[in-house]
Ligand binder design. Sequence first.
Ligand code: HEM
Ligand code: HEM
Length: 125
Amino acid sequence: MKGAARTFFILALCYAVAGMVLGIVMAASHDHGEMPAHAHIMVAGWLMSSVFAFFYHLFPEIGAKPLARAHFWVQAVSGIVLVVSLFFLLRGNDGLEPVTALASVGFLLGTLMFVWNALPVLRTA
Ligand code: HEM
Ligand code: HEM
């Protein structure tokens, strides 16, 4: 794997390990209060980053573009801030809500960048 495919796959693997550790801690402690953080780490983190990784792997000429690298950084920074701030928000740090909200908008922006990067594939299909 190269370019954005590689960085997204590394990110996906980090989300997978972190999310499962959190899932096991939740299950073992019988405290499911972090379920939304676990769910988003697993699906918005592990699964979405994997989809991005395999897309850019399948279309390496798109994955090598600066726009794919920009997509990675927007999606990675906003996603990590989103799940980390959500984790602490769920532990009662209510002041973090604006941070989580802003990160959510960043995460949407990242996904819109992916839509833009993926459009040429649809046109040439
Ligand atoms: C080590 C493996 C895992 C453990 C121990 C674990 C544990 C848990 C626990 C304890 C809950 C809360 C259930 C509840 O309160 O109803 C949960 C929910 C959830 N988990 Fe996991 N999980 C694991 C792996 C995964 C994986 C691999 C995914 C997805 C790729 C995933 C996605 C979810 C989702 C989406 C929810 C929320 C379900 C709902 O909305 O009802 N989990 N998990
Ligand atoms: C823009 C960022 C997002 C925001 C602001 C957001 C917000 C929310 C909210 C408010 C809930 C309900 C939580 C609860 O009732 O406790 C939720 C649940 C859920 N979301 Fe998201 N979401 C976002 C992105 C995503 C993405 C990208 C995915 C999947 C790829 C996803 C998957 C889920 C799942 C599986 C649940 C159910 C798990 C649970 O109830 O905790 N979300 N989300």
